[in-house]
Design a protein around this ligand. Structure first.
Ligand SMILES: NC(=O)C1=CN([C@@H]2O[C@H](COP(=O)(O)OP(=O)(O)OC[C@H]3O[C@@H](n4cnc5c(N)ncnc54)[C@H](O)[C@@H]3O)[C@@H](O)[C@H]2O)C=CC1
Ligand SMILES: CC(=O)C(=O)O
Length: 325
């Protein structure tokens, strides 16, 4: 008998377990195409472009920046490395028509934090920057998936990666084998989901019920404090952060282009989830594919974790209310 084994889109979406696990957001797609636009050719943008080209995530990149000379210089520098890449096509222009037909538009333009500033301090300046950029991108690539890295942002994949790195240091195990999520704001009010941190399915909260609390004699909560401080520390030391966010953006782009349906912590609309009543975007683990966010994973949170998430949502709503459009 010939059996057809399917994965990904072949699974039965109305299966009871899947109905409980997933909050449907959009249809899964089987499309293709790998053109990626990056707007903002600063430290973050170029780290993302370099990661994508050298990791063969895409071989077709369009660059846009408001600084013409810098833009041309970055384009030429990359083109001169063509012999070391796989058919890389790198175009750049201040005219958004070069972005036409992009599958993904990554926005890394805008101001970054100066020492002592929080991500939320950038909100008005970068809202104004995005107001100029987004309509142009939509005009030329109406079907593109947008990855916004400019701050304040809630693409938490990067912070979650820091969390997994710091967990791996404490456990003496590779970061790729440490599983755990940070949800909520990409910033000071982020929430570590200690109840779900696990190694090979063994939950650390089963081994240490006080993990992540003030009463924990092993002081695991210090790892989250270090995560929150990480960007401030790197910015103080080198002026900006770039490599980890560049690698993170590259991984997200690969997931979207390959329709991987893998799970990443990204910022998504979350009114109604975990009792959040505000119209905010915050980070939750989500399934990403060709159409961007396909499902949000319904993590069982402790009441304390859910309350911290709602506080993060209230803070976002408060900041949003102050933005002048
Ligand atoms: N989501 C995350 O985890 C991270 C986010 N960031 C954020 O990424 C953003 C960029 O940071 P960096 O690359 O370090 O800054 P950067 O100053 O090195 O680069 C920003 C680039 O944006 C360009 N730009 C500004 N306004 C523009 C406009 N209207 N149109 C086109 N280009 C424009 C500038 O000319 C500059 O080349 C900041 O908001 C920063 O806070 C930085 C690190 C991590
Ligand atoms: C700057 C920033 O958002 C970060 O490195 O996490």
């Amino acid at each position: 008998m010939n059996e057809v084994y399917q994965n990904g889109n072949g699974n039965k979406r109305d299966m009871a377990t899947l109905v409980k696990l997933f909050q449907p957001v959009s249809e899964k797609s089987n499309g293709s195409g790998n053109k990626v636009t990056v707007v903002g050719c600063g430290q973050v943008g170029m780290a993302a472009v370099f990661s994508m080209l050298t990791q063969n995530v895409t071989n077709d990149v369009a660059l846009v920046d408001m600084m013409g000379d810098k833009l041309k210089g970055e384009m030429m520098d990359l083109q001169h490395g063509s012999a070391f890449m796989r058919n890389a096509k790198v175009n750049a222009s201040q005219d958004y028509s070069i972005t036409a037909g992009s599958k993904i538009c990554i926005v890394t333009a805008g101001v970054r934090q100066r020492e002592g500033e929080s991500r939320l301090d950038l909100v008005q300046r970068n809202t104004d920057v995005l107001k100029c950029i987004i309509p142009q991108l939509v005009k030329y690539s109406p079907d593109a998936i947008f990855l916004i890295a400019s701050n304040p942002v809630d693409i938490l994949t990067y912070v979650t990666a820091r969390f997994r790195y710091l967990l791996s240091e404490k456990l003496g195990i590779a970061a790729t084998s440490c599983h755990g999520y940070i949800i909520g704001e990409h910033g000071d009010s982020s929430v570590p989901v200690w109840s779900g941190v696990n190694i090979a399915g063994v939950r650390l909260s089963d081994l240490n019920p006080k993990i992540g609390t003030e009463e924990d004699p092993e002081d695991w909560q210090q790892i989250h404090q270090s995560v929150v401080k990480s960007a401030y520390e790197v910015i103080k030391l080198k002026g900006y952060t770039s490599w980890a966010i560049g690698l993170s953006l590259s991984q997200l782009a690969r997931t979207i282009l390959t329709n991987a349906n893998s799970v990443h912590a990204v910022s998504t609309y979350m009114k109604g989830e975990h009792g959040v009543e505000e119209e905010v975007f915050l980070s939750l683990p989500a399934v990403l594919g060709h159409n961007g966010v396909v499902d949000v994973i319904r993590q069982p949170l402790t009441e304390k974790e859910a309350e911290q998430l709602r506080q993060s949502a209230a803070l976002m709503a408060q900041v949003q209310a102050g933005i002048q459009f």
